[in-house]
Design a protein around this ligand. Sequence first.
Ligand SMILES: Cc1cc2nc3c(=O)[nH]c(=O)nc-3n(C[C@H](O)[C@H](O)[C@H](O)COP(=O)(O)OP(=O)(O)OC[C@H]3O[C@@H](n4cnc5c(N)ncnc54)[C@H](O)[C@@H]3O)c2cc1C
Length: 406
Amino acid sequence: MADLEQFRADARAWLDEHCPPTRRQLREGETAPAWGSPEFDAQIEGWKREICERGWSAPTWPRECGGAGLSPEEAKVLAQEMARIRAVPPIGGFGMYLLAPVLLEFANDDQKKRFLPDIANGRVDWCQGYSEPGAGSDLAGLQTRAVLDGDEYVIDGSKIWTTSAHLADWIFCLVRTDPDASKHEGISFILFDMKSPGVSVSPIQLISGQSDFCQIFFDGVRAKAENLVGVKNGGWTIAKRLLQHERSGLSGMMGGAAPSRKRKSGKRPLPNFHSMADLAAPYLGRDAEGRLADPFLRDGIVGVEMDNLCFGLTMKRSSDGAKEGQEVGHTVSMSKYYASELNKRRQELLVSVMGTQALGWEGEGFSATELAQTRGWLRSKGNSIEGGTSEIQLNVIAKRVLGLPD
Ligand SMILES: Cc1cc2nc3c(=O)[nH]c(=O)nc-3n(C[C@H](O)[C@H](O)[C@H](O)COP(=O)(O)OP(=O)(O)OC[C@H]3O[C@@H](n4cnc5c(N)ncnc54)[C@H](O)[C@@H]3O)c2cc1C
């Protein structure tokens, strides 16, 4: 315990010295460089380099894999100290949150040493090759083929809705390696370079105006057999585990980030988002007692804020469990379902509050916040689709959590 307290003191001192203002909550009277300025970019790069060199971007991973080899207890202390100053984790993305956990669980030592350090240091960006034009909810129906030829697999087929495929360096991909086996048993999980000959990427525009979706085509792509993770035709087990990590991460992003500090003035923890009441006040006005003037919308806002705080605490409990070694499991479908539906409720409510001001696309009649709200509301429609639709989460809960018959 004394060691842990010493570790906390050391971590706190190091973070206080090295975490720059752009990557944490500002201190009293402090300012951060303007977004996009050379100084801003330099702070972000410097933070990434220094914390990665220390292995703290992946605290519990072995040192030879780019981590710091911390114990779960030390990692928990480090997470607490980062949360204390609201430090932004230096590395995110599909590699860190989706692929790395399954590599740690299923990859051989050689694969871990080859792929994990570049994830820990943010040197390689990954994308997720799961969905296909004919296989989304019925993912195990995927048809992209991989045929062994010497020490390489030759891959033909197509993936769709692949987020950031146009920016990714590598892909983790589900392929059919045995077309004669039952559909769950003929799938493998393989990694390959997006610059391989035969890979072509075509962006698709989203309803929110962004274009980070792509369709990918594979035309005789050659991937090294040594980059097949786990056993050949055993990829479905890895695919399901990765989805559990994905659903857990999405739940956190959509509102399950636990309240982590108290307001200076009182005991109430801060909400995860900007306070809805603050966002709503300019549109609804306040009554003599300072409450939002519209009682119907006020009731809706209080309901969403309370549900959000309760959900944040539930997610904190489950993330503490994960740090203590409990595995992710099918129960993440409950948080993925709840987070998606809660965020959609929140966005719909904000549109009701802002009225037509939340329906603008461009033009001087809308503030930056209002234009962002329009896009946020449209983007939230994807929450109950990505990582498996809400209907599929309900199916998983019914079958795998509650044990109900098919
Ligand atoms: C923002 C976003 C990002 C994404 N990023 C990626 C990515 O990076 N990589 C990737 O591989 N995929 C990605 N996807 C794709 C996503 O995983 C699929 O869209 C999703 O799994 C649903 O598949 P589908 O679109 O083919 O819909 P379908 O499977 O065709 O489903 C259509 C409708 O039928 C319902 N349905 C289907 N089967 C059942 C059933 N058994 N019971 C009840 N209802 C059912 C569904 O709930 C849905 O409402 C992304 C999607 C979104 C929205």
